[in-house]
Design a binder for this molecule. Structure first.
Ligand SMILES: Nc1ncnc2c1ncn2[C@@H]1O[C@H](COP(=O)(O)OP(=O)(O)OP(=O)(O)O)[C@@H](O)[C@H]1O
Length: 771
């Protein structure tokens, strides 16, 4: 009698095309022949390339005498014993098709999914022999996922009368079914449930877990980007293997940034697809974006903060709200150490060198352990030594378990990369392959010659030459044949996950970060405190001991201009100066409303306090009731303070609106001056505006007009200046008029908030705006 099947090693052979449970005692033929037991449609693989024979509790792999060879764990072999954990590569030790043997703790079901399968090995097989399986980060779950993107109690897979359903347990990062966020949904055989970095697939009566360990392929297929009938990217296709550093280079305007935006989903291509681990990035962006890190050219951190502080805030924003502070800080320490920033952890980012600052941005993106990392010109502005050190760092990151794609202008250290993509003008591929062969292929001795030709030899068909070359066959055609998924990804728009609790946590973190940033900018802080005091003192000097016919208008005018200047100046640069940070944070899930609310809250508190200080200083020990009216609702001093504080708030909203609209920070100051002048002219103190067609309607959009109206009502200026203000309804000394004036200020703020929201939306990654 032979051995009982139950005693045989339960091995599974994982390949890109799926998994093959190894039947005990059976021999498997591996090759390109469709008749083989395990088929690799790769031109480098021989028709019948290798044989896997059972031998005791293990298998023996035998090469059939091929030229390209068979490799076990990177070593070329003729014959070798293999078992769980060994990887067998055919045709190339580095990028040949791979098959990995893993243990399956339970016999695999006979009906496994025939379509998409993750490339990652099965990390865990969970028998579904109970009605409910809870998945989460906490140790008391049925399936524990040790991943900081996963909530303590994240989701449940429940048995139903018809099969199974997945239910999200109000997790922060969301539960995804085939790339779509779900609260609760039936799960069929082969459906992909995404939780953090893990993917679960229902297979028979078991749940297979695939952990994203960074071994993923990036497949780019026929990308086309067209703007105004002009092609910026033209049929760009390539495949980046796992653990690979790809550099993208090309002359200015060739489309490198356009390509990066298309690969990261920031601005999806008009045609073609980007597949990550076989899944469509655009269609499943909501889930897959969590696994992508993007380091733009500009700093994506507040440079006023220390390295550790900035990373801690980022960790708070990116990890679930129930993550323990110690876990967060441990991860921050890990990335600081990994990026060689330990000695600079307590240093302000603004005081770091260019290379160190770039490392901090990389550290930030590594917090969530992305398996795809994209960088836009990380070496720009660095000296040759720092350039090399940055490229070596990227290579280490790639070989450490992720795919790294970097756009660069520097040709100094391209030899460090595993793959090089050269884009020719018009967004076409002039070269894709190993960096060592590029100049020879293009027919030049040096890069300057090549760039000169890109610029001047406009008639040369760079893309055609590459397409006709064996390199295209070897690195692009084969790659696509290997990794094209067997069924299309489901269609649908991404839906970012958001719970109310997470919203509050995000707002709290943003508010704390904002106050910390303000507090660390001493100059800004000093101006913020001194400005209302100085303006208040000026108004106080004008007011004298009492508001009189001579002094009242000028005092109120200074209060209006002071409130507008302080409020608007606080906000006028805020959104434009951190637009890159916002875009990045939005792409990883920050709700727009949380961001906007945090800005309005922090700046609102500051502006209201400034308005109050301005008024109280201006009216200190001043008799504030020239007509003895006693105010419309409360004491005139408080009514004026409320009107000025509200005006400062409305002006702050106006400042934020300017900041949301402009493209460059430099234009904000002239606009601030313009806004202040408009307030003076249209507030109604200098020019009579009532019953002046056109001007009157225009003045309704000027906040100072309504604030002055409220103050005029409080002080009953219609009695003090009957001929000048007697007919102006906004100046009436009645409760109704006063409340209307303040109500319109609030209304203007709300309208400004709405427009800012729209402007922020326009600046978001295109794929986030699709809904
Ligand atoms: N929004 C747009 N509208 C019209 N044309 C655009 C737009 N964005 C980019 N382009 C054009 O597309 C081409 C490619 O731009 P892209 O920024 O991708 O090039 P690049 O290779 O990154 O250049 P550089 O190296 O100078 O950064 C350029 O000619 C650019 O003028």
């Amino acid at each position: 009698m032979g051995e009982q099947p139950a005693e045989q090693p339960r091995l599974v052979l994982l390949t890109v095309g799926g998994s093959t449970p190894m039947t005990p005692g059976r021999t498997y033929v591996v090759g390109r022949d469709p008749q083989c037991d395990i088929v690799f449609p790769d031109r480098r693989v021989a028709w019948r390339h290798a044989v896997l024979r059972p031998e005791g509790e293990q298998y023996v792999v035998e090469d059939t005498g091929t030229i390209t060879g068979t490799y076990v764990d990177g070593r070329r072999v003729r014959r070798a014993t293999v078992t769980a954990g060994n990887s067998i590569r055919l045709a190339s030790a580095t990028d040949g098709p791979v098959a990995t043997l893993v243990h399956s703790p339970q016999p695999l079901p006979t009906s496994t999914r025939t379509g998409y399968r993750p490339i990652q090995p099965v990390a865990n097989v969970i028998p579904l022999n109970q009605r409910c399986v809870r998945i989460g980060r906490a140790p008391d779950n049925d399936v524990v996922v040790d991943d900081l993107l996963v909530s303590s109690r994240h989701a449940e897979l429940r048995a139903t009368d018809d099969g199974f359903e997945i239910a999200d347990l109000h997790s922060d990062s969301g539960t995804y079914l085939n790339g779509h966020i779900v609260d609760r949904s039936p799960v069929g055989q082969g459906d992909i449930v995404g939780i953090g970095h893990s993917v679960f697939v229902l297979a028979g009566s078991e749940l297979e877990e695939f952990a994203d360990t960074g071994k993923v392929w990036l497949d780019v297929d026929d990308l086309v980007v067209t703007i105004d009938d002009r092609r910026l990217l033209d049929a760009v296709s390539f495949t980046v293997p796992e653990r690979c550093l790809l550099a993208v280079i090309g002359p200015s305007g060739a489309g490198k940034s356009t390509l990066l935006n298309a690969l990261t989903g920031l601005r999806p291509a008009d045609e073609g697809s980007v597949r990550y681990d076989g899944r469509d990035l655009y269609r499943e962006y909501a889930e897959l974006r969590q696994r992508i890190g993007v380091v733009p050219q500009e700093d994506i951190l507040h440079v006023q903060l220390t390295v550790r502080r900035a990373l801690s805030f980022a960790a708070r924003l990116r990890f679930p709200s129930d993550t323990a502070a110690a876990d967060r800080e441990n991860r921050v320490t890990e990335v600081i150490d990994a990026l060689g920033l330990t000695d600079h952890a307590g240093q302000r980012i603004s005081t770091l060198s260019g290379g160190q600052r770039k490392r901090v941005s990389v550290a930030l993106e590594l917090l969530t352990k992305p398996s795809l990392l994209f960088l836009d010109e990380p070496t720009s502005g660095l000296d040759p030594g720092m350039d090399r050190s940055m490229m070596s760092l990227l290579l280490d990151l790639a070989h450490g378990g992720r795919t790294v794609v970097t756009v660069t202008h520097s040709v100094l250290n391209l030899d460090v990369c595993d793959r090089l993509l050269v884009l020719a003008p018009g967004g076409r591929i002039a070269y894709f392959g190993p960096p060592t062969r590029v100049l020879e292929f293009l027919g030049f001795d040096s890069w300057p010659e090549a760039f000169d030709a890109f610029e001047n030899d406009r008639d040369r068909d760079w893309a055609g030459e590459y397409r006709a070359s064996p390199l295209h066959e070897e690195y692009i055609v084969d790659g696509h044949e290997r990794h094209r998924p067997s069924e299309p990804a489901p269609v649908g728009a991404p839906v970012p996950a958001l719970t109310l609790r997470r919203w509050f946590v995000q707002v709290r973190t943003l508010v704390r970060r904002y106050f910390t940033v303000i507090a660390s900018d001493r100059t800004f802080l000093a101006i913020m405190i001194l400005l209302p005091v100085v303006l208040g003192l000026m108004a106080r000097a004008l007011a004298g001991s009492a508001l009189t016919v001579d002094s009242t208008i000028n005092t109120l005018l200074i209060l209006c201009v002071g409130a507008v200047l302080t409020g608007a100046a606080n906000a006028v640069r805020e959104l434009v100066k951190e637009r890159v940070i916002y875009r990045r944070e939005r792409a990883v899930g920050l709700p727009r409303s949380a961001y906007l609310f945090s800005k309005v809250f922090v700046l609102g508190v500051i502006s209201v306090l400034q308005g109050a200080v301005l008024t109280l200083v201006a009216l200190a020990w001043v008799d504030v009731d020239p007509t003895g009216s006693g105010g419309v609702l409360m004491s005139p001093r408080w009514e004026i303070t409320i009107a000025v504080a509200l005006l400062a708030f409305t002006a702050m909203m106006g400042g934020l609106l300017i900041s949301a609209v402009v493209r460059r920070e430099e234009v904000t100051m002239p606009l601030l001056v313009f806004v202040a002048i408009i307030q003076v002219i249209f507030c109604g103190a200098l020019l009579p505006l009532d019953s002046v067609p056109g001007l009157e309607e225009l003045s309704w959009f000027v906040p100072a007009r309504w604030a002055l109206g409220a103050m005029a009502g409080t002080l009953d200026l219609q009695s003090l200046f009957p001929t000048r203000f007697g007919n102006d309804l906004l100046f009436a000394p009645t409760i109704g008029s006063w409340l209307m004036d303040l109500g319109v200020l609030i209304g203007l703020s709300v309208v400004a908030g709405g427009v800012i929201n729209l402007m922020l939306r326009r600046q978001e990654p295109a794929v986030m705006r699709r809904r």
